[in-house]
Design a protein around this ligand. Structure first.
Ligand code: PFF
Length: 455
């Protein structure tokens, strides 16, 4: 493996925003609400928060330590910290997970582009909730349009990746994150004041633990890993560009807080609006796309200009949030091919883009013309989502926790967490305890539980 001179993030804020840009995306605004809706609401959210706290934050710090210490891609990092061992398979599994996620994630990212066009041409006006459902189904079932948008989205990701780390990734995150946040708050206020919003709020805030089963546990854990971009070396790859004075625990805490806040805000927008217009909360992956236009219409329908401006802004920001996440997914695979196979960055990026386009097309078609072809009862799109979010990412997190908790020399852990002794490492012991015991045992139990071993 070759060591090359590597770029760095330019500022501390850039580090946080780029990592938060990876974490905040469709996982928070599209996936979190539909998983919450499918799994009973508030109880799911509480378990999700537990997973963020006890698994997510420690594993994020672990990924940061691995990446910054080794200063290379995720697969190469294990070769530096654990040469000639099987640990490198953890890195490689992460690269594969990134490739698979990018393929189906870009399909949904493409949908956001279609909705930008719909919003800009004021085509939400005068439609009922049932019309929104019908037009979403018509669009997703169309064999051409979603595929076209998928390709546009992957090409946009590709060109930012080729421009490199600081110019591409950092700049886009710095502008779009705060703007998205403000708009989410505005929409949240609009949504909770709609007539009939109370039912949705109750669903979001009042836990019903009788609905908790093994499936809910696995889904909440998977959602935490997916949303925080954990378990596949993504933040490890980003941390390889961190500066030596970046405070790793604090950065992890900031990123996890921003990410969780955005997810909860998304829930506050979607559920009150869904119950307000009688859209079932368990509508699955279509939930965001069939619910949100109602918010624009109901809250601003009297002033079409504002409805158009705000809805276009929202879908543009959603597309950008998805873009900062697809960039991070693409970067994991590109950095791996570039550094491990001594390929030029451009060639590596093209390979990733082409591969994801082909897989993405199959995922997209599996929701329309190909929906009768299923594997284990799942469409290709659902299968990719299940295997990556609910199996590969938590499994990756499990091994990362074991790796940093048990295998890696504790001096390296201490040096990384304290920036070589220049910071007070007051969380060192707690972090080691979480990585050694809490995260691996917790993740292991959820997996065993899913196999039907407990309840
Ligand atoms: N965290 C991103 C989101 O919530 O949209 C998705 C994601 C990005 C998952 C990067 C995994 C990853 F490595």
């Amino acid at each position: 493996m070759k060591q090359m001179s590597r770029a760095n993030f330019g500022s501390k804020l850039g580090v946080i925003l780029a990592s938060a840009g990876s974490a905040v995306g469709l996982g928070n605004i599209w996936r979190f609400p539909f998983e919450t809706g499918n799994h009973g609401g508030a109880a799911f959210i509480l378990i999700y928060l537990g997973c963020v706290l006890f698994f997510g934050i420690p594993i994020m710090i672990a990924e940061f330590m691995i990446g910054r210490h080794s200063r290379t891609n995720t697969a190469g990092a294990y070769q530096i910290l654990a040469p000639r061992t099987h640990w490198r398979w953890v890195g490689r599994m992460g690269v594969l997970a990134g490739f698979l996620i990018l393929s189906y994630y870009s399909v949904v990212a493409g949908w956001t582009l279609e909705y930008i066009c719909e919003a800009a041409t004021n085509s939400f006006a005068g439609k009922s909730a049932q019309d929104f459902i019908a037009s979403f189904n018509g669009f997703v079932g169309n064999p051409w349009r979603p595929v076209l948008w998928l390709i546009v989205f992957l090409l946009a990701t590709h060109f930012i990746i080729v421009r490199g780390v600081e110019k591409g990734i950092e700049k886009s995150a710095k502008i779009m994150m705060p703007a998205l946040f403000i708009l989410l708050i505005v929409l949240g206020i609009c949504s909770v004041t709609l007539p009939g919003a109370g039912e949705g709020l109750k669903f979001l805030l009042k836990p019903d633990f009788s609905k908790v089963n093994s499936n809910v546990l696995l889904s909440a854990m998977g959602q935490a890993f997916f949303s925080l971009s954990l378990g596949m070396g993504c933040l490890c790859t980003y941390a390889s560009y961190f500066r030596n004075d970046t405070n790793l625990p604090r950065t992890a805490l900031n990123v996890a807080s921003i990410d969780t806040l955005v997810a909860i805000l998304a829930g506050l927008i979607i559920f009150p609006a869904a119950t307000s217009v009688n859209i079932p909360v368990d509508s699955g992956p279509s939930l965001l796309f069939i619910t949100l236009p109602n918010v624009f219409l109901k809250a601003f329908g009297d002033v079409p200009m504002i409805a158009v401006i705000l809805s276009v802004m929202f879908y543009v920001l959603l597309a950008l949030a998805a873009l900062t996440s697809t960039i991070s997914l693409h970067e994991v695979v590109t950095a791996y091919l570039h550094e491990e196979f001594s390929m030029s960055r451009k060639k590596a990026a093209w390979l990733v883009t082409a591969g994801c386009t082909i897989l993405g097309i199959f995922c997209s078609l599996s929701l329309g013309v190909g929906k009768d072809y299923t594997i284990f009862g799942l469409t290709l799109f659902d299968l990719f989502d299940f295997v990556t979010a609910k199996i590969m990412l938590p499994a990756g997190g499990f091994f990362i926790a074991l790796f940093m908790g048990w295998y890696v020399d504790k001096k390296i852990v201490y040096d990384e967490i304290s920036n070589r002794g220049t910071l007070k490492a007051s969380t060192y012991r707690l972090l080691l305890f979480l990585l050694k015991y809490v995260a691996p045992i917790g993740i292991g139990l959820v997996f065993l539980n899913e196999l039907g071993l407990f309840f």
